[in-house]
Ligand binder design. Structure first.
Ligand code: NAG
Ligand code: NAG
Ligand code: NAG
Ligand code: NAG
Ligand code: NAG
Ligand code: NAG
Ligand code: NAG
Ligand code: ZN
Length: 514
């Protein structure tokens, strides 16, 4: 276990427990560990879950201890990544999965555990450069999941302007072949543009923004027709677009030293043995981080809140089934949650009464944010869930803001599968406004999470006040629906017309797709 240097005793004990068990007999959902004090038995003699009682078990120091363990686990990736990270495919991520699985296994037979494997894509860009005319475009961004240029070597050609927004094959003039395509952003996903450029014979593609702002997106699921693709701001592209429109020639060199790998990873699902299995309240956070950092707030805060609540819930009995999920591949485009939701047979889909998303609950410059998931634009029940959060903040004399429900986290696949969903968050890269400073404290003009997707998303990047409070709200949401769905709309149809009405936003996870 060479990667374990500097590992804390606590985390080491947890992981070694897993490894030792794992060597002799792989952990599986059906396997049960000895039960201590009968505390973990699904016996119905336990007190029926109650919101105040479950909230009362939530303690900031227990959460913080878990965050410290998670950071030590992220350090397992240092040898390979030169920094702590829990990105899919890393030692830090497999350590995270073991940690979650081990903690749940220790709860005995209160839950049925399962692992859902699925293929995920992981992209790396080692080097990149775009040269137009005699100028190096330092601000050109490689698109996520871009393939390399041929043989991972620079390619040269003319820059060729594509008609319209490059969404149709007919937008690509024959000169694109053997050259580099310049395509305006908009109308269709970046992946479609790259694919069209590739089919037209382009050596590489550059997607430029309609605004004078850089564009950082992803091509999404790899296609054999994708070519190396850059994003460029409208301002940077403007002089070249003008030259090409005037019939002038622009030489271009593109270099992308990149790799896209398919790896197998897995979601972890824990469902109470007790409770009506035909009426489940489901909730999830994501187990992975980006490669840039350890992801202690994103989404250690959500995934550990779930683990703590799953632990505390074992002292209670439930009327309805409670199903916890730890998604993988969220940062690569909601891969795990989409895979799960898309592969639910209709009968299973209908058993999920609602899905609650908990991603980033402890941002250091936080706001209390509630997804504005309304019934008119989402499966019916989403708005009732939204109002549960609003009512709780209001009852605690706390301010909250409503934020866009635009596909940036793991609720997206559920909404599209006709399942009501919602959630809360505390903010990512967006800057806090003056008004929000008055509402929540903290500092205006600074991002809610200044360490979002960076190496400093460590244990110091948590606001414990927000984390503890939001974890109590998560406990409230679990307890409320584990006790009763009274007054909550029934599911009507897995292919709810609302699911079709739901427009897919420009985001798929953290990245723009179009
Ligand atoms: C684009 O924005 C940059 C930085 O704000 C500015 O320097 C540049 O002049 C702008 N370019 C255009 C074409 O507006
Ligand atoms: C359950 O309650 C018992 C008795 O109060 C307590 O000792 C135990 O730690 C609790 N279990 C969990 C998982 O918190
Ligand atoms: C919430 O969404 C509804 C439509 O679904 C919209 O009418 C309303 O303005 C939104 N509220 C906020 C605060 O964004
Ligand atoms: C809520 O926001 C208002 C300003 O809109 C502020 O005066 C008040 O103190 C805030 N309440 C809390 C609990 O922070
Ligand atoms: C967390 O936020 C609260 C409220 O804004 C603030 O009083 C506290 O100092 C913050 N804690 C940390 C560790 O930043
Ligand atoms: C929901 O379904 C339950 C059980 O089938 C039924 O008793 C209840 O009346 C239904 N509620 C609504 C609002 O339709
Ligand atoms: C929703 O869309 C899917 C596929 O696009 C279609 O098969 C289904 O019939 C639609 N459902 C409704 C209720 O419109
Ligand atoms: Zn996240």
């Amino acid at each position: 276990m060479a990667g374990l240097k500097g590992f804390s005793l606590h985390a080491l004990a947890a992981l070694c427990g897993v490894s030792a068990l794992g060597l002799q007999k792989p952990l599986s959902g059906s396997e049960q560990l000895p039960i201590a004090d009968g505390a973990s038995s699904p016996s119905s003699k336990k007190q029926l879950v109650d919101s105040d009682a479950l909230q009362g078990t939530i303690r900031g120091d227990a959460l913080l201890a878990r965050a410290e363990e998670l950071y030590e686990i992220a350090k397992l990736s240092e040898d390979e990544y030169n920094r702590p990270t829990r990105v899919i495919g890393s030692a830090g991520h497999s350590g995270t999965l073991k940690y979650i699985h081990y903690a749940l296994t220790a709860l005995g037979d209160y839950y049925t555990l399962s692992k859902q494997p699925f293929p995920a894509f992981s992209g790396t860009v080692r080097q990149h450069q775009l040269v137009l005319g005699d100028k190096v475009l330092f601000d050109a961004q490689p698109m996520g999941l871009t393939p390399p240029t041929r043989d991972n070597e620079p390619v040269n050609g003319d820059l060729v302007l594509v008609a319209n927004e490059g969404c149709e094959a007919s937008d690509y003039p024959s000169e694109v072949s053997g050259n580099i395509a310049l395509i305006l952003r908009g109308t269709c996903p970046f992946g479609t543009k790259s694919e069209r450029a590739g089919r037209a014979g382009a050596l590489a593609a550059v997607v430029y923004n309609y605004e004078n702002e850089s564009v950082s997106g992803t091509l999404g699921a790899p296609s054999p027709d994708h070519v190396a693709t850059f994003g460029l701001s409208g301002g940077d592209a403007a002089p070249y677009v003008k030259k090409l429109k005037n019939g002038e020639k622009v030489e271009a060199t593109a270099f992308m030293d990149a790799e896209v790998k398919t790896i197998r990873t897995n979601n972890i699902i824990a469902q109470t043995v007790q409770g009506d299995p035909d009426n489940c309240v489901m909730l999830g956070g994501h187990s992975d981080s980006v490669s840039e950092g350890p992801g202690v707030n994103d989404d250690g805060s959500g995934s550990l809140a779930l683990l703590e609540i799953a632990t505390q819930l074992t002292n209670f009995s439930v009327n309805n089934c409670v199903r916890f999920a730890w998604w993988s591949g969220e940062e690569e485009g909601l891969l795990g949650s989409n895979y799960y939701a898309e592969n639910l047979p209709e009968e299973e889909n209908m058993k999920i009464r609602l899905f609650m998303d908990y991603d980033m609950l402890a941002s250091p410059n936080f706001a209390y944010q509630v997804y504005n998931a309304t019934d008119d634009a989402n499966p019916v029940g989403s708005e009732e869930l939204r109002d549960l959060y609003i009512d709780w903040y209001t009852a605690h004399d706390l301010n909250y803001t409503l934020i866009e429900f635009d596909g940036r986290s793991d609720y997206d696949g559920f909404i599209r599968a006709g399942i009501p969903a919602g959630g809360i968050a505390t903010g990512a890269e967006v800057k806090k406004t003056e008004e929000e400073e008055d509402m929540f404290g903290g500092r205006a003009g600074i991002p809610f999470d200044p360490c979002y997707h960076q190496s400093c998303d460590d244990v110091g990047n948590l606001n414990m006040t927000a984390w503890e409070l939001n974890t109590k709200l998560v406990a409230h949401s679990v307890a409320t629906f584990a006790k009763s769905f009274e007054g909550f709309p029934n599911r009507t149809d897995a292919l709810d017309a609302k699911a079709n009405k739901t427009k897919k936003g420009p985001y798929q996870g953290p990245k723009l797709i179009m």
